[in-house]
Design a protein around this ligand. Sequence first.
Ligand code: TPP
Length: 224
Amino acid sequence: MRVFGTFSFYAASSETTTKTKPMNFYTKNTLIAFENEVAELFNSAKIRSPVHLYSGNEDVMLDLFRPIKKEDWVFCSWRSHYQCLLKGVPKQLVLDRIIEGKSISLCFPEYRIYSSAIVGGIVPVAVGAAMALKRSGENATVYCFIGDMTSETGIVHESIKFSKNHDLPIRFIVEDNGKSVCTDTRQVWAQEKLSYEDSEDEFVTYYRYETKYPHAGAGVRVQF
Ligand SMILES: Cc1ncc(C[n+]2csc(CCOP(=O)(O)OP(=O)(O)O)c2C)c(N)n1
């Protein structure tokens, strides 16, 4: 596992003293157990819409969430179960929404976490939230999670440039599993190194992980 830029990530959010931690007691094993439970429900056709599961990144996620407080905002993609749990959304509520078929667009505004299943769609929304925080002077930070292919899209390059130049309270986390669905991201762009790979930038944290799950689903074809 390689993680870059996390030192700055911590530094950026450690200035705050008045913020409160979400209540959660997750460990690597309880996060894995959650995704395994969802995988079982999906494979037995109890969830009748797509799920995108995490695996292999639990230690990094626990580290990344250490400085994230209730007052902070988290923006995600179609793959957001770990973020919802670690942001403090009750486990049963997350599971109920997944069973209802909402896994790809989990939004819990009361816990300050949003997601969108449109590639790159959530990123300018996150930038807007960071701009609003800066204007209001509220003591909070935006954390925006993006996959490796998403990190190579135009909207992400523009959003990161805009955020840096306007010094917005936002941190981007690039989660590199090497793939865009089934396609090798580096091959697509004929680029050995991703644009934000090994970033030491305070705005961008990069990490690489290997997952045991396919892009979507949990290995069994389920007819919706
Ligand atoms: C605008 C748009 N185009 C295509 C898709 C289909 N799609 C969903 S996820 C995905 C791949 C994204 O890869 P990456 O950003 O690396 O994220 P990962 O799923 O690997 O975490 C694609 C092409 C979509 N959801 N939205």
